[in-house]
Each structure stands twice: as structure tokens, then as C-alpha cells.
Design a protein around this ligand. Structure first.
Ligand code: ADP
Ligand code: MG
Length: 482
């Protein structure tokens, strides 16, 4: 799976990702203008953002804290001194004519991110750096047949560019990396991770090589806006490169655009080198300098992060690594689990959240935040099962009814008379009746056809409307049939 099969043998993918994460902050990186999403065009633009002559940028301390916090979450080196540079290029929606970014001295240096693989294993991906930079505005070409418009609301919004080492080897690993990074940012509260609104954007650098060979030339794919498209874009691009190389061609280092509609990548421009941007330190901004104490204070505000939570769930609740990573994959599902698990069996709680609840939410197209069944209510359902008031089978029905009606599990069970029959006398009576009515099957079972046992269980369940306690049914049936 991890290798691409070409005509000349196997090829290995090499992937490095650049993620642009919008800093969760009410105001922009160098101005006090607001950052609300979806505001009327050009209503959140200060003179600084519009690059009026003589305006001076002033660094937003909160954005600096957010970047440091993210750096700590990535186990990265925090640089107490960093420098803002001008990266020069022309975009119609970038009135300054340059972007203020960080080049040689970023605020955050080397770190790492642990990604969870489907087989329960993990892999550590190196983080090269995280730097702060401003976003550009937006050109609107679809508002009028004859003109283009420019909206500068996004201009100057703070971004963290998070660059990984080229250490991913499959498209799945890359998708996992983005998922995990997004998850981390959301735990930290430093970026809302909303890919649809463009708060998290991903560029994928892809090359291919013969296993163990030197790194190939990479192409950078821009414009990937969902985890699904990350998978598809990378797979397409790697296959394209293999085809070019096997036909005797060579890969040009370039920036390509992913077209989700056609599922293909196309040349956008040949890749600039850093020197094309004429980076130089922004003369309007002194180096950014802060103390170790500033960093330590931020460290004190760090919440429990997904990896720590996962470890704790394994240790404290005895969950499997897989279940623990599913539950901690979103802060909200971890919170949900932690409410449900209070006073309940952890494994039962975990299984029912990951299988039954998530399955139903998926069908409804809802996330755990807007689950129609609250964690409190779900906890009530698990409790009824744990106390043997209802069987798992009945619990599934009850859960459906909870979603439909918004009623509590206990109310539904008492209204519908779903309480499990644990009275062995009552179950025995039913079993006797079934045995008497099916002499052929009894004989077959006794002659060694073990499978017939299931028939008897089914009959008892049918007779009791699924309410008989399954363990009691099994035990009594075995006794009566032997
Ligand atoms: P640039 O701004 O030129 O894109 P960056 O340093 O910001 O450069 O990012 C380079 C990205 O490309 C990193 O994520 C890095 O891991 C990745 N990369 C570098 N070399 C390769 C390669 N041969 N194949 C795939 N990815 C690569
Ligand atoms: Mg880059």
C-alpha cells in the first residue's frame, strides 16, 4: 500500500506539508481591525491593512502568545528572539506589495507531532518550524461579468505557517498529520481548524523516489481544502510523477493547483526560490524579543493535550490505543466520554460512544457538539445496561428513541415496559414451552447439532420481545437441553 507500483518497479512517496493556520484572535497581527468571518466586504480594514502611506504595524501580543502556545504543543524550540521580514511579491489583494513574514529567524523552531496510524501504531513527524505571517485579502471574480472586486477583510489576519519535515511516506499519513495537527490546534484554542472557512489551509510537497534512493524533485500542491482532497491530490500527483519519470522525463520543481472537480493537479507557476522574494528584515518592526518567563507562563495555561489524554485513557480506563485515540481525536468527544464514564464501566461507555453513538451521528450528519443526546442522557443509558436493567439489544432501540424523542433512557424504558426479564422463573417457563413445542429440534440438538442452540435463544427472545437477560437465557437453555 505504501509503495507505488510502476512499470520499472516500486516507487516511494515523500511528502512534506505546509499548513497555514489562522490564529484564533479577535484582531489582526499588526492592526486592531476585527477578524470576524463573513463580515461585509471591506468593513474590517484599518489603514495599516490597506497599506496607507506612513502607517506603522504594531505587533499583537496575543497572537504571539498563541504562536508560542502552539509551539509548546508541538514540543518545539521557542525562540526568544525572532525577526519579521518582508517577502516581496505582487498580488492584487496585497496592497503593501509584500507580506510581513518570518524567514531566517522564526518564532518557533524544530518540534514534532505524533500521528496515529490505523493499525493503532504511531509515527513521529518532525516539525521544521512555525512562523507568524499576515494573510492577504481576497479577489472576487464572480460578482460581475466585467469587473473583479477586492475584499481586504482578511488582509493582515495572523497566520501560523507550520512546516513539516519531508517524513511522510503515504497519502494516509499526510491526511493523519493534518487531522492530528488540526486536533491539537483546537485543543489549544489557537486556531478553530475550520477548513471550509479557510482557517486551515494545506499545501502538500510531493516527490517520488526509488526506495532508499536520494530525494526526488518536489512539486508543491496548493489549494487543498479538505482531508479527503489531501489524500486524492497526493495520490494523483505521485502517480503523475512516476509516469513522467518512467517515460524518461524529469520533474520540474513547480507549484501545482489541485482541481477537486477533475481530481487532477495542474501547473500553476514554476516554483520561486527564496531569493526571488528579496526577503529583508522589516524596518518598521524591531526584532520580536520575549523572556523565558513569558514562555513559562504560557506553558502553565496549557490544557491536557490529545496524546496525554490518550495515554491517560489507556492507563486509567484500560482502553485500547485505538479506542483511546478515537475518543481523544476531538476535544468535544473526549469531554463527552469523560462525562459518560463517571460511574459507568469505561469499556462499555467507550464502545457505545464510538460504535453506536458515532454511527448514528454520522448518519444524521451531525458532530458530537450537536448530538441530540447529551452526555448526561447517554450516561443514563449506559447505566441501565451496566445495572442489567436492559440488554444491549434493547439499548440500541432505546438510543434510537432517545434521538427521536429527546426523552431520557429511563423514561423510555418504563413507558415501553422494556425492563429486562432477569427473573429466572419467568424465563424457565418460556423455555419449557418452547422445548415442548419443538421436539424435532431438541432431538437434533441432542444428536450433536450445536448450531440449533441459536434457534432456541432466538425463540426465547422472540417470545419475550428481546427483554430476557441473554446470560440467563444461555445458562438456563444449556441446563434444560443437556
Ligand atoms: P517553500 O516555501 O519553498 O515551499 P518551505 O521550507 O516553506 O519551502 O517548505 C518546504 C516543504 O517541502 C517542507 O514541508 C519540506 O518537508 C518539503 N520538502 C522538501 N523537500 C522535499 C522533497 N524532496 N519531497 C517532498 N517534500 C519535500
Ligand atoms: Mg512555503
Amino acid at each position: 500500500m505504501s509503495m507505488i507500483q510502476g512499470k520499472t518497479g516500486e516507487w516511494e512517496m515523500v511528502i512534506g506539508l505546509e499548513v497555514h493556520a489562522q490564529v484564533d484572535s479577535n484582531s489582526k497581527l499588526f492592526s486592531g481591525a476585527a477578524t470576524d468571518f463573513g463580515a461585509e466586504p471591506n468593513t474590517q480594514v484599518s489603514f495599516v491593512d490597506a497599506a496607507m502611506p506612513g502607517m506603522l504595524p504594531v505587533i499583537n501580543g496575543y497572537c504571539v502568545e498563541q504562536a508560542v502556545k502552539t509551539g509548546l504543543g508541538l514540543n518545539a524550540q521557542i525562540h526568544l528572539r525572532s525577526v519579521f521580514d518582508r517577502k516581496n511579491y505582487f498580488y492584487p489583494d496585497l496592497p503593501q506589495g509584500y507580506q510581513i513574514s518570518q524567514f531566517l529567524d522564526p518564532i518557533v523552531g524544530k518540534g514534532s507531532l505524533v500521528i496515529d496510524l490505523p493499525d493503532g501504531k504511531t509515527k513521529t513527524i518532525g516539525i521544521t518550524r512555525l512562523h507568524l505571517e499576515q494573510d492577504a485579502g481576497k479577489s472576487l471574480h464572480d460578482q460581475s461579468p466585467t469587473s473583479s472586486f477586492i475584499d481586504l477583510n482578511r488582509c493582515g489576519v495572523a497566520l501560523m505557517e507550520i512546516v513539516s519535515e519531508p517524513e511522510m511516506r503515504t497519502a494516509e499519513e499526510a491526511a493523519e498529520y493534518v487531522k492530528k495537527l488540526r486536533n491539537l490546534l483546537r485543543y489549544l484554542g489557537t486556531c478553530d481548524g475550520d477548513m471550509e472557512k479557510g482557517s486551515l489551509r494545506c499545501d502538500a510537497n510531493v516527490s517520488v523516489r526509488k526506495p532508499g534512493g536520494p530525494l526526488g524533485t518536489r512539486c508543491e500542491i496548493k489549494n487543498i481544502n479538505s482531508t479527503r482532497n489531501i489524500l486524492r491530490a497526493i495520490e494523483y500527483e505521485a502517480a503523475r510523477q512516476v509516469e513522467v519519470l518512467e517515460a524518461g522525463g524529469k520533474i520540474d520543481q513547480e507549484t501545482r493547483l489541485y482541481d477537486a472537480g477533475l481530481n487532477e493537479t495542474r501547473t500553476m507557476r514554476s516554483k520561486e526560490d527564496a531569493h526571488d522574494y528579496r526577503y529583508f528584515p522589516d524596518p518598521d518592526l524591531p526584532p520580536l524579543v520575549f523572556t523565558q518567563e513569558f514562555v513559562d507562563n504560557i506553558r502553565k495555561t496549557m490544557p491536557e493535550l490529545p496524546d496525554q489524554k490518550k495515554e491517560r485513557y489507556i492507563r486509567e480506563f484500560g482502553l485500547s490505543p485505538y479506542d483511546a485515540s478515537v475518543l481523544t481525536a476531538e476535544k468535544q468527544s473526549a469531554e463527552y466520554f469523560e462525562t459518560v464514564v463517571k460511574g459507568n464501566d469505561p469499556k462499555l461507555a467507550s464502545n457505545w460512544i464510538t460504535a453506536e453513538l458515532f454511527g448514528r451521528l454520522n448518519k444524521l450528519g451531525k458532530s458530537i457538539e450537536d448530538s441530540p443526546v447529551s452526555a448526561q442522557a447517554f450516561s443514563g443509558l449506559i447505566k441501565l445496561m451496566g445495572d442489567n436493567v436492559i440488554s444491549g439489544k434493547i439499548a440500541k432501540e432505546v438510543l434510537d428513541l432517545m434521538i427521536e424523542s429527546g426523552k431520557s433512557a429511563a423514561d423510555i424504558v418504563s413507558e415501553k415496559g422494556l425492563t429486562q426479564i432477569t427473573d429466572t422463573g419467568a424465563i424457565e417457563t418460556i423455555i419449557d414451552k418452547i422445548i415442548a413445542a419443538n421436539p424435532d429440534n431438541v432431538a437434533a440438538y441432542k444428536s450433536g447439532k450445536d448450531k440449533i442452540f441459536g434457534f432456541f435463544v432466538g425463540q426465547v427472545m422472540k417470545e419475550t420481545g428481546g427483554k430476557a437477560n441473554p446470560a440467563a437465557v444461555n445458562e438456563l437453555l444449556k441446563k434444560k437441553l443437556s
